[in-house]
Write a protein that binds this ligand. Structure first.
Ligand SMILES: Nc1ncnc2c1ncn2[C@@H]1O[C@H](COP(=O)(O)OP(=O)(O)OP(=O)(O)O)[C@@H](O)[C@H]1O
Ligand SMILES: [Mg+2]
Length: 288
């Protein structure tokens, strides 16, 4: 792993490291939301964060996005110390979708995606202000790219519609399109399956699975939907009461007794992804 870390916790730049959280702690008043949480999302890998309600999943997401500042631990990107701020994520190659939809209500789907590509809600602002040929060309280029992404997600026909006029599943896809428009090297997804039907979740799974190969994008996936997590993730981090209780492949995590205890006391996640009784022979080893 090369040279020792610098004094501030960072190491020399190493693009193979990706995103790392080390010993991260978060408190909200007297409540410990995260305690000594370490995890890594290497380039091109899909890492899931699961755990019962209140386990700290969204807090992990918020720490990486810069919505929440931890009192302990370090966050590094490719070995370099990171102090994430929501408005600087695009520059770092990080994009996110939020729980729910979070589109700009006054912008069409295409304009929302253009905003994702530029990291600003003012796509089109420049050309309307300056009306220069350069600005007009730039806007056409952005729009073409935005429509292409919407088409890739099967919703190109809605490019000029406002979000509120469309079904929830289409709005969710547009949120994903907006995040992808930034061509992120790391995509953070908070409950992307929330509110979607089974068929839409299958489509989403295929899309997420294809991201590393198609665009070299790594994914940090916070999700309750076990089928989705188990089917797309290379590695899963299990949180319980703000602590990492298991880390491993889906198979390792599925049968782990600590995961069973975290979820239902005596039950674990069955092979079909639903919580249920776990047979002793199903338990496996898990790296911690
Ligand atoms: N801004 C906040 N202020 C105070 N407490 C918070 C805040 N955000 C989260 N918490 C608390 O921190 C703990 C972890 O919350 P978090 O939202 O990270 O859990 P989660 O695993 O995402 O849960 P869920 O599955 O219900 O979405 C919870 O006890 C929650 O009530
Ligand atoms: Mg949450």
């Amino acid at each position: 792993m090369g040279a020792p870390p610098h004094e501030d916790g960072s190491s020399p730049h190493d693009p193979a490291r990706g995103l790392e959280l080390a010993g991260v702690g978060v408190r909200f008043g007297g409540l410990t939301a995260l305690e000594d949480v370490s995890l890594r999302v290497p380039p091109g890998r899909i890492v899931g964060v699961i755990g019962p309600n209140g386990a700290g999943k969204t807090t992990v997401f918020n720490v990486v996005c810069g919505f929440v500042v931890p009192h302990a631990g370090t966050i590094t990107l490719d070995g370099r110390r990171l102090r994430p701020r929501p408005h600087r994520l695009t520059r770092l190659g990080i994009a996110r979708t939020l729980q729910g939809v979070g589109l700009f209500a006054g912008l069409t789907l295409a304009e929302n995606v253009m905003a994702g590509a530029t990291g600003s809600a003012r796509a089109g602002f420049l050309s309307s202000l300056l009306a220069t040929p350069w600005a007009a060309r730039e806007e056409r280029r952005l729009r073409t790219g935005a429509v292409e992404i919407l088409e890739r997600l099967g919703i190109g026909g809605h490019a000029d519609a406002l979000p509120a006029t469309l079904p929830y599943a289409i709005q969710k896809k547009a949120g994903l399109a907006r995040a992808l428009a930034a061509r992120p090297r790391l995509l953070l997804l908070d409950e992307p399956a929330g509110g979607l039907g089974a068929e839409e979740i299958d489509e989403l799974a295929a899309l997420i699975r294809g991201l590393p190969a198609a665009a070299g994008t790594a994914v940090l996936l916070v999700e309750h939907h076990m089928d989705l997590v188990m089917s797309v993730c290379d590695e899963i981090v299990v949180l319980d009461f703000g602590r990492v209780v298991a880390t491993g492949t889906p198979d390792q995590v599925r049968g782990d007794p600590a995961v069973a205890a975290a979820y239902l006391g005596t039950e674990a996640i069955t092979p079909d992804g639903t919580p249920g009784a776990v047979a002793p022979e199903e338990t496996g080893t898990v790296t911690r």
